[in-house]
Design a protein around this ligand. Sequence first.
Ligand code: NAP
Ligand code: MG
Length: 462
Amino acid sequence: MKAHDGLYIDGAWRPAGSRDVIEVVNPVDEQVIGHVPAGGALDVDAAVRAARAALPAWAATPAAERAARLTALRDALVARKDEIAETVTAELGAPPEFAQAVHVGLPIAVAGSYAELAAAHSFEEKVGNSTVLHEPVGVVGAITPWNYPLHQIVAKVAPALAAGCTVVLKPAEDTPLTAQLFAEAVHEAGVPAGVFNLVTGLGPVAGQALAEHPGVDLVSFTGSTAVGRQIGAAAGAAVKQVALELGGKSANVILPSADLAKAVNVGVANVMANSGQTCSAWTRMLVHRDRYEEAVELARTAAAKYGDRIGPLVSARQQARVRGYIEKGVAEGARIVAGGPQSPNERGYFVSPTVFADVTPQMTIAQEEIFGPVLAILPYDDEEDALRIANGTVYGLAGAVWAGDASEAAAFARRMDTGQVDINGGRFNPLAPFGGYKQSGVGRELGAHGLAEYLQTKSLQF
Ligand code: NAP
Ligand code: MG
């Protein structure tokens, strides 16, 4: 992998203030594949200054021209799609087919959607005797995780640029090479200098400096609840806007009238995809007591298929964390029907696809986000019980409901405290608002709702 030894600030790759570097490791074989600079507070400051200086001109650029740059960005990502997929495979461990289809395919679709939205959006509206202007919020500090390295970046940067904001990005330390490729694509797309800036670095150093910088108007963060809480508190104290996309513990509710085999198979696939490193994964499967054992058997068979088809976890730290949760599940009395805490390979950060039965709603594995290929199957007595269990965590990011007909499933979904629900396997929609109820976050990403996050209103009265 070719890595830049600089930071992309004000339209060029520049040396970082310190010589500190981050080692990038391939989680399949644990080999170091590259180094990137670990930026510090001075680098963040330089990047924020560049973004601030570029803001007036970019905010005043006609939306059609911003849309043209986003179209060019989408095209630059398309032109590099093999290189990006190989890089995501190398630094995240994603299997090549999944890397192409999802890690590259999804952000290309999202970049394209914001090219269209920027062109079509009406940045002015009439309300009685007022003209309401939708103006960019300003300089955005974007902090992203490693689980979908390019998607998480595009889901923030594309709407920010569409809105007329400028951006400083601090990507996850585990996946900085994909972020560097993104910066190259932005450059090729002819986005003016300073509009987008990249500072690779460590969370508690570069990330914290960005979140606390007084020159940042909006902090958009995706990652753990623990860090999100800190960033939210700091933003509140500084009275600046904040968007938080945090964890989940989403419920896959299989009602008695559902096609059980289909619901279980799609449910297991949903959890195992990306080795379980998906914030919206349906990690709790809720099945009526009468069909519980049948569902457990179906899940056991389904999980066995994933044995050698999923990649490793991103890091030794995540592997240890996930194995710790599996041990905790056993200790708290849940029954392992597939997988387990032992490592399936000698080398690499792999965890076996794991299915737990006899899980009760109070268990740690039914409450906390594990972020690995681990499914908990819980029995319920009736619909009210299912609803109580589904809504019984601090999270509310996504979910699924399966029933004999869509209207029955939708009626249940309306009562769920969560931001997205897939009805009978409804497919992912990159234009639908994505974000959390309760402690899953603040704000929405994607589509027109995601664009609105980067706009503020000014009313002129006539
Ligand atoms: P994390 O620490 O919250 O990482 C997310 C981003 O925040 C990274 O860029 C990280 O930098 C940065 N960061 C860390 N500490 C910071 C601070 N004090 N101030 C500002 N930025 C900071 O998450 P993680 O440690 O990678 O993963 C831990 C758990 O978080 C996972 O097991 C999972 O449960 C959850 N998670 C959720 C999502 C999601 O999509 N909602 C994504 C990833 C993880 P570094 O990369 O240098 O740490
Ligand atoms: Mg971290």
